[in-house]
Design a protein around this ligand. Structure first.
Ligand SMILES: Cc1ncc(COP(=O)(O)O)c(C=O)c1O
Length: 466
């Protein structure tokens, strides 16, 4: 059997030609490509002259093979429009017929936490930054590059983080990652390599993150959280602890200054590591910004920031500021994982930050989210006063505590019938701690024009269930 690649007309056509006569062999190779689904209905085939040249056969051989397959209904052709795979030929039905998915109520409004307003992504400014950055970037920067991330981005981030978040940072300590998820995975791998076996997590937190820590073999040790953040005095033998100090996810509270001190004292006293997930630190509304915990003990806190809230999760760009002793181990883990950060996006983000675009974007969306938050607070106070709203000083979500007898599932089910997606606090429980029933309401996701309706449906839902 001879394998042939034809690249006529820009189409890569992989044909396995058997030993039979040339025409018969070409026909059966095309039949096989169509019936297996490799050539899908509507795909234009190369012109006969071009395919003949690629295959090294006479043009008539291709013309005859095409003609035969048109006659059999595999191909269609029209004079002047070429030849293409006919519509009525379908790929074979898979042997196992997949079960149709269970019918889910249609989500028209999404008040779950996590995703910012994607329509607020600064497309024009981002494109302009990309153009400027690419124009002056040397070709060498488009290679595999420094596994910590491209230098211009690490320099830009160092300036920004020290200025805006009070992080103690030099570019050498920064490792650019594909989202906090990858950052956390790399840290956990590095910890595991150095013999760590357990990690403290907040008793209510992001499940994806607990799963990442558990997948690297670390034992999870959930710690209670209350209105002052994590109960730091419960920290004992954990090798590290994952925290959201500026805005606890999902309770929305800031870690109390006394607790911040306790956490840092624990880490410094025992030589352990705090992972500070500063996922929405830029979005503080009512009080002075809370600086990064990392500045209190840079050699014991791994600081993590992300562009997922300030720009878009689809960028998959985040950054770690690491204690010196961890840099090499995290870089090795990143190398082993295949690096995973696009150079083009890195140079664009560097330019976006240094040109002031990032600060402008943060200011713009901060104002918009603050207005959204104010609307949520006002509407709930007016139309559903039986619930209690907390965690609203920062970020993009709030905790809506329900009257004690309410079942979260009833509220979520009723909301789903109204096309509204909601999440209950218990979905974020990582340990056994009990709290009053509550909803974790994200107000950033609906596009601006849909927010009023989403909030109105939330209030209507609350009024029939609480
Ligand atoms: C608590 C928390 N940390 C971090 C992130 C950001 O994760 P990533 O950078 O992987 O998108 C999120 C996003 O939803 C989050 O909720």
């Amino acid at each position: 059997m001879q394998e042939t690649w034809a690249t006529s007309a820009g189409l890569d056509l992989h044909l396995e030609m058997s030993g039979a006569g040339l025409r018969a062999s070409l026909e059966s190779a095309l039949r096989e490509a169509i019936s297996s689904g490799r050539l899908t209905p509507g795909t234009a085939l190369p012109a006969s002259r071009a395919l003949a040249r690629d295959l090294g056969v006479a043009r008539n051989t291709v013309v005859d093979a095409y003609g035969q397959l048109v006659a059999e209904g595999w191909l269609a052709a029209r004079h002047g429009s070429g030849t293409w795979v006919a519509e009525r030929i379908r790929p074979p039905v898979p042997a196992v017929v997949a079960q149709p998915p269970a019918v889910q109520p249609l989500v028209r409004y999404d008040l779950r936490a996590g995703v910012p307003d994607l329509s607020a992504f600064p497309r024009t400014a981002w494109l302009a930054a990309a153009r400027r950055a690419l124009a002056r970037t040397p070709a060498a920067a488009l290679g595999y590059g420094d596994p910590r991330g491209l230098e211009p981005l690490r320099v830009a981030l160092a300036g920004y983080l020290s200025r805006a978040r009070g992080v103690a940072v030099t570019p050498e300590r920064i490792v650019v990652c594909a989202g906090y998820s990858q950052a956390l995975d790399l840290i956990c791998r590095a910890l595991g390599e150095s013999g760590a076996s357990s990690v403290g997590v907040e008793g209510f937190g992001h499940h994806a993150h607990s799963r990442i820590a558990a997948a690297s073999g670390l034992q999870l040790s959930p710690l209670d959280v209350d209105e002052h953040g994590v109960v730091a005095s419960a920290l004992t033998n954990e090798d590290a602890v994952l925290l959201t100090p500026a805005h606890q996810f999902p309770l929305g509270v800031a870690l109390h200054s006394r607790r911040r001190r306790e956490v840092v004292d624990w880490a410094v006293g025992t030589g352990r590591l705090v992972v500070e997930d500063d996922y929405d630190g830029e979005f503080r509304y009512d009080r002075q910004a809370i600086g990064a915990l990392q500045s209190l003990a840079p050699e014991h806190v791994a600081y993590a920031g992300t562009a997922s809230k300030s720009l878009a999760p689809g960028l998959r760009l985040a950054w770690l500021v690491l204690p010196a002793r961890l840099v090499d181990d995290v870089v090795s883990a990143k190398r082993a994982a295949g690096m995973l950060s696009s150079s083009l996006d890195q140079i664009t983000l560097a330019e976006f930050i240094t040109s002031g675009g990032y600060d402008r974007q943060v200011r713009r969306v901060r104002l918009a989210y603050r207005q959204r938050r104010d609307r949520l607070v006002a509407e709930l106070a007016r139309r559903a006063p039986q619930v209690h709203l907390t965690g609203i000083a920062a970020g993009m979500h709030a905790l809506v505590t329900l009257p004690p007898a309410t079942r979260e599932q009833d509220v979520i089910g009723e909301a789903a019938r109204r096309g509204l997606a909601l999440e209950g606090l218990s979905e974020f429980r990582t340990g056994t701690q009990q709290r009053d029933p509550a909803l974790v309401v994200g107000y950033a996701t609906p596009p601006a024009h849909a927010l009023s309706t989403a909030i109105a449906r939330l209030c209507a839902t609350l009024n029939v269930t609480t």
